[in-house]
Design a protein around this ligand. Structure first.
Ligand code: SIN
Ligand code: MN
Length: 315
């Protein structure tokens, strides 16, 4: 794949400029996504754009709020949720056409933000993410009807072989939802994880030592799109380099979740379609709605195991 596949065609549709042509994925990229379950875009965001995001992280991580999950027994932040509701640079990233438009193209529909994380994986302290699929959790916990949702990873630090890069099993998304068990003890964050036996067979089928596991690595500003059923993991970070990365989970609007078993800061409840800001939004000032700027409302912590249409019908 070329260094920056969108360079020639990058345009901003903007919130009110939908007649402008959108960025296009090539037929080869669409076929590659279908086959492998991911696409890698090195240097999708410039060093200046990436720095504007990274500069906003310390203030977010300093907050003693439920939306900051710290590493087991440590103060280092493992994952920060909902930064797009709190912080202007991340609010703008959540509406960025270089991220939204290729996902709209792959899912063929307008999107809403299902989940927004800024994962620390801090130097010496960042813990593992066990082997898992994201859609398994979204189905089991949130009742998301189908897998029509996409993960986007954006590196805010350089990612190399030492600081815990993501590992993918190419093509594993083709298996749909695989068996998983709810792991509540390995790390500070509960996860539906896939057992070693199944991982071994998926890796063998994907090529074993010849490509059965891949790790896209590259400079800060690089972006990965990956299928919600792609099996992935990452090791701990024993290096002296942070590996801060943003993970956005975008869901097709018609595929919105059907219950609120998890708090709103983990699984969002606003299904309004995302409208893009202009392409230069990370370096310019644009108005962005930040509903949780002055704190999360109590309602964001309320949960229920009852699907919300059943709740409405009973009311
Ligand atoms: C995730 O799978 O949600 C995070 C993985 C990572 O940060 O390495
Ligand atoms: Mn994941």
């Amino acid at each position: 794949m070329s260094e920056n596949p969108f360079a020639a065609t990058r345009r901003c549709t903007g919130a009110n400029l939908n007649s402008e042509p959108a960025m296009q994925l090539t037929p080869e990229q669409i076929a590659q996504f279908d086959r492998d379950g991911y696409l890698f875009f090195p240097r999708q965001f410039s060093p200046e754009e990436t720095q504007a995001l990274l500069d906003a992280v310390p203030e977010l991580y300093a907050k003693r709020d439920a939306f900051n999950v710290r590493e087991k027994g440590r103060d280092a932040v493992r994952t920060n949720f909902a930064a797009h509701m709190v912080s202007k640079p991340f609010g703008k990233l959540g509406r960025h056409p270089r991220m939204i438009e290729p996902v709209e193209m792959l899912l063929g529909e307008k999107l809403y933000m299902h989940q927004f994380k800024v994962n620390g994986k801090m130097a010496f302290e960042g813990d593992v993410w066990q082997w898992h699929q994201d859609y398994g959790t979204w189905l089991n916990d949130d009742m998301m009807p189908t897998e029509r949702a996409m993960n986007v990873a954006i590196f805010l630090d350089d990612v190399n072989e030492h600081n815990g890069p993501l590992m993918f099993i190419p093509g594993s998304h083709k298996r749909g939802v695989v068996a998983a068990k709810h792991d509540l003890s390995t790390t500070s964050y509960p996860l539906w994880t896939v057992d070693n036996e199944l991982i071994t067979s998926l890796v063998e089928r994907a090529g074993g030592k010849n490509g059965g596991i891949v790790s896209p690595k590259g400079p800060a500003g690089s972006m990965i799109l990956f299928h919600s059923c792609l099996v992935h993991a990452s090791t701990s970070n024993l290096s002296p380099w942070n590996r801060v990365a943003v993970y956005l989970s975008l869901c097709a609007v018609s595929n919105h979740i059907r219950r609120h078993k998890r708090p709103e800061y983990i699984a969002h409840r606003d299904f309004t379609p995302i409208e893009c800001l202009p392409d230069d939004c990370l370096l310019q000032d644009y108005p962005v709605d930040l509903p949780w700027k002055d704190g999360m409302p109590g309602s964001a912590l309320q949960t229920s195991t009852v699907p919300f249409d059943a709740q409405k019908a009973a009311a």
